[in-house]
Design a protein around this ligand. Structure first.
Ligand code: AMP
Length: 231
């Protein structure tokens, strides 16, 4: 197909299709946030990351942030009741009525069941599972930094800043996430394999799962996701 027509179809598809709920599954550092940002811009759907919502609550010291802090610092999952309280309010907002992208939720079978109860039958669920080996995850996360001021991401090996510790874009200070240290990463990976990976089978049985190679270059992966969403 002509490239221009393909792009036009991708851009216009949200206008014609039924509301979509895109669930990004994958270990921490599998690239969910990167693909979510692409999908948000391309399909005009809000990107809802429970990790980001928790970090926002934490920085504002809200009661939810205070309750979540201890779990997040150790790389453990925040109890379902707290996650659902926080996310429920977000999904009620007007921008979610035509669908949304979920990044980091659901992470347990009870969360997946709660989501299923909440969704009306008009919403089409698509689950994209990004597969990345554990060793590469550790390499990705231990080298990950972002700008304190503008949020631009960098990586010590894959996309280093021109000056160590300084943002190329705005000169801000580069910081590492508190849970991106190896000991906590190993725990997050264990939690992922024990509690989140079973969701793959759960969604596969419902015919909603698409598995993708998360080690592919990000643009190649985005093209593969486009093909799934437009089929
Ligand atoms: P993330 O940015 O997705 O890696 O999430 C950072 C941390 O937030 C996780 O390690 C958990 O402590 C917490 N978190 C995020 N989403 C969830 C969820 N759906 N259920 C439980 N805890 C979560």
């Amino acid at each position: 197909m002509n490239k221009f027509i393909f792009l036009l179809l991708v851009l216009m598809s949200p206008l014609f299709s039924s509301p979509k709920v895109i669930i990004l599954l994958g270990a921490p550092g599998a690239g969910k946030g990167t693909q979510a940002a692409y999908l948000k811009d391309t399909y005009c759907l809000p990107h809802i990351s429970t990790g980001d919502l928790f970090r926002e609550n934490l920085s504002k010291m809200t009661p939810i942030g205070q309750k979540a802090k201890g779990y997040m610092d150790k790389g453990e999952l925040v109890p379902d009741s707290i996650v659902v309280e926080m996310l429920g309010a977000r999904l009620e907002q007007d921008d979610c009525k035509n669908g949304y992208i979920l990044d980091g939720f659901p992470r347990t079978l009870p969360q997946a069941e709660l989501l299923k109860e909440k969704l009306d039958s008009k919403k089409k669920i698509i689950v994209l599972s990004l597969e990345v080996p554990d060793d590469l995850i550790v390499q990705r996360l231990t080298g990950r930094f972002s700008c304190e001021a503008c949020g631009t991401p960098f990586h010590k090996t894959f996309s280093p800043p021109k000056t160590a510790g300084v943002c190329d874009k705005c000169g801000g200070k580069l910081v590492q996430r508190k849970d991106d240290i190896e000991e906590v990463i190993r725990n997050r990976l264990m939690v992922f394999h024990n509690q989140t990976a079973p969701l793959k089978e759960y969604y596969q049985k419902q015919g909603l799962l698409f598995s993708l190679d998360g080690t592919l270059p990000k643009d190649v992966l985005s093209r593969k996701i486009d093909a799934i969403l437009n089929q």
